[in-house]
Design a protein around this ligand. Structure first.
Ligand SMILES: *Cc1c(COP(=O)(O)O)cnc(C)c1O
Ligand SMILES: [Zn+2]
Length: 409
């Protein structure tokens, strides 16, 4: 049993029954899962949640599948760590880092995939698929292996080698496409016509897939003692995660876990080499002009983001901002987080930390705010981004004299 009432179109509000469909037949607007909050609230008391296992499935009443029998590698409930040393560097007050680099396959994508593939399996789908910038393919391959489903995942051919290997190891089919993410995504949508039995998690299951990101809000609120932060900084690729973090905080008020509708300011982070959402924000526009990506932050390289316009709306309506940073700033962001907090993030996390620094310097993120920075992936999959400078401080022969010579000079 779930508390899903049905689906509704985000643009025109028309209602639909639960199905593997992502857009409205009338206006092509994206569909959104709707819950019976009144009923869900009876299964969402702090005590009930605390008694459940430490995974994202502890919040099942607000997810579109049952916890019982979920395809669960243990995604969710990652640490929320107080980042005082980073805060001091940036001139901030109460700063927290949500470390989703510690997910089973090293990125927040495990949240959305665990949810989407559980729904897909319950609908009878046998083939798990996705269009990915790298981390999603990694997570789909892993969860499909656990579920005994076959998988076919599509990535741009220039994705980081570590992401290819970490995906291939699970034994599914990995297709590298000569093109960027937007080519990959279009190809998957076309292939779905010939293979209607595929569960392409971010295409025909997108409405369910995206629901998994709400748990990034649920966990932060629980880890803060059922309180909302004042300001969060979130990376943007398609923009889905950012909009769902917003939905998540709102739903906690709906089920009575937050006293009143929280006013969480939501800010977004993009790499300069792929910043169509930041550009629309800066121009005061609701039109996202597609770009061709060129950035070291490959996991954020979506030139034509499906939820870009909704991300802009959320940021504007909550009083946040969207900034972008250069490849050099991204690498500096990775190093800054590592040397102040001992957390090694991937390029997407470098984008978020660098944007946080920029917004703090500009006074947009303030020292009197309780701030959460969402770090969404591990650095071990993008080590090459650090360049040759990240190597041994010294290389010496195995002798005491050789070491002492270093000290003398
Ligand atoms: C996919 C991804 C994102 C962005 O997610 P969207 O929901 O598409 O905006 C952020 N960080 C990492 C590490 C990712 O893999
Ligand atoms: Zn519609």
């Amino acid at each position: 049993m779930t508390f899903v009432k049905g689906m509704s179109c985000r643009e025109c509000g028309r209602s639909y029954p639960v199905q593997a469909q992502q857009v409205c037949e009338w206006c092509f607007g994206p569909l959104e899962v709707v819950y019976d909050y009144e009923a869900a609230s009876r299964e969402m008391t702090p005590e009930q949640i605390a008694s459940r296992p430490p995974t994202l499935w502890r919040y099942w009443p607000l997810l579109p599948a049952e916890a019982e029998g979920a395809i669960d590698l243990g995604a969710g409930y990652t640490p929320l760590v107080r980042a005082d040393r980073l805060a001091a560097e940036l001139g901030l007050g109460e700063l927290w880092v949500k470390n989703d680099g510690l997910q089973p396959t090293g990125s927040f994508k495990d949240r959305v995939v665990s949810v989407a593939l559980t729904v897909a399996r319950d609908m009878g789908c046998k083939v798990a698929a996705c269009a990915s910038t790298g981390n999603l393919a990694n997570s789909v391959a892993a969860h499909a292996a656990l579920a005994g489903m076959s998988s076919i995942v599509f990535v741009p051919a220039d994705v980081e080698p570590a992401k290819l290997r970490a995906t291939a190891v699970y034994g599914g089919t990995l297709v590298a496409v000569e093109g960027d993410y937007d080519h990959v995504n279009r190809l998957c949508a076309e292939l779905l016509g010939d293979h209607p039995d595929w569960a392409v998690v971010n295409v025909n299951l997108r409405a369910y897939y995206s629901e998994g990101s709400k748990t990034l809000a649920f966990e932060v609120a629980e880890q803060l003692g059922w309180a909302a932060p004042d300001h969060v900084v979130v990376p943007i690729a398609s923009g889905s995660q950012l909009t769902k973090i917003h939905k998540g905080f709102g739903e906690l008020a709906e089920v009575g876990l937050l006293a009143e509708k929280p006013s969480v300011r939501i800010s977004g982070a993009q790499p300069k080499g792929c910043s169509p959402v930041a550009t629309a924000f800066a121009e005061g526009s609701r039109r996202i002009k597609p770009v061709r990506p060129s950035t070291v932050a490959k996991s954020l390289a979506i030139g034509d983001p499906a939820d870009g316009v909704y991300a802009v709306d959320v940021v504007r309506s909550t009083g946040g901002a969207i900034e972008s940073v250069t490849d050099e700033e991204i690498v500096e962001g990775i190093r800054l987080l590592a040397r102040t907090e001992g957390i090694f993030t991937e390029t997407a996390g470098g984008v978020t930390v660098a944007v946080l620094a920029k917004l703090a310097a500009a006074g947009v993120v303030r020292s009197d705010e309780r701030v959460v920075c969402y770090v969404t992936g591990t650095g071990v999959k993008t080590v090459d981004a650090l360049g040759p400078a990240a190597g041994p401080t010294f290389t010496i022969p195995p002798s005491v004299e050789a070491f002492n010579r270093l000290v003398e000079t």
